[in-house]
Design a protein around this ligand. Structure first.
Ligand SMILES: Nc1nc2c(ncn2[C@@H]2O[C@H](COP(=O)(O)OP(=O)(O)O)[C@@H](O)[C@H]2O)c(=O)[nH]1
Ligand SMILES: [Mg+2]
Length: 235
């Protein structure tokens, strides 16, 4: 089984070497990694090239000319992973919020389920204690709102830690996906639920990013707030 993990990066120079190392050393999985870097000003792209040079058989890099958005980064990664013959496609953040230690169980669950989500809001999941009440409320409330508007059944509709079976991504019209940021996760879930793919949520502890700054901005949050309506009525 060929598993390709897509790591989108924008200014993750300090996190990338360690997360790649951790993923490559997961026992028994022989994971492949595809880094999608958007010409990060902090030099993440050159670091990614170095990781590729050290392990060309398992680490690939897609360089894009500038910050073109997280959703588009994933879509570009999905196309390459499918063309490379991946049986499973994993997506995760490169900042250690999605801990590599959950990857084996997620892959295991993907033997039975089409879409597996590393979930903060499934029973047993949690977000970092360091999150203040405002951030907790925005994340939890945004998730409840997205589920109400779109009718999604998954408990963590905005999660970015996921594993898709090849057949799932092959069957979706990826070119038609328009959302970025959090809305991208919602739109993908919606398309999968409509096609009756099976979901499973693995509870995770979502840690705050280890180093660096979040790239999620108010416009990305606002985009998600209106785009759920587009997903609901025009998809
Ligand atoms: N290639 C690419 N990666 C991005 C972009 N925006 C965010 N990322 C990456 O996507 C992941 C999640 O972003 P992050 O800023 O941590 O979002 P947060 O966890 O919601 O605060 C990280 O690995 C980022 O480096 C983008 O526009 N392009
Ligand atoms: Mg993050």
């Amino acid at each position: 089984m060929k598993i390709i993990t897509i790591l989108p990066t924008y200014n993750e120079a300090e996190n990338l070497p360690q997360i790649v190392q951790d993923l490559l050393h997961l026992e028994g999985l022989n994971l492949h990694i595809l880094i999608v870097d958007d010409n990060s000003p902090d030099g993440t792209g050159a670091i990614a090239d170095g990781l590729h040079a050290a392990c060309p058989a398992r680490v690939q890099v897609l360089h894009r000319p500038g910050k073109l958005g997280l959703g588009k980064a994933y879509l570009a990664g999905f196309r390459i992973a499918l063309a490379d013959g991946a049986d499973r496609i994993i997506q995760m953040d490169a900042d250690f919020s999605h801990n590599p230690r959950y990857v084996p169980i997620i892959v295991d669950c993907s033997l039975k389920y089409d879409v597996v989500i590393g979930s903060r809001y499934a029973p047993g999941g949690a977000v970092d204690d360091r999150w203040g009440p405002g951030r907790r409320f925005l994340s939890w409330g945004g998730n409840v709102y997205a589920r109400l508007v779109t009718g999604l059944k998954v408990q963590d509709a905005t999660a970015g830690f996921k594993c898709f079976r090849r057949e799932v991504l092959q069957s979706l019209a990826l070119d038609s996906v328009r959302s970025d940021g959090y809305a991208f996760q919602i739109e993908m879930n919606y398309l999968c639920q409509r096609r009756k793919f099976s979901f499973y949520e693995v509870p995770i502890f979502f840690e705050d990013r280890r180093i660096g700054l979040s790239k999620m901005t108010l416009p990305i949050v606002m985009e998600a707030a209106w785009r759920v309506w587009e997903v609901r009525f025009w998809r």
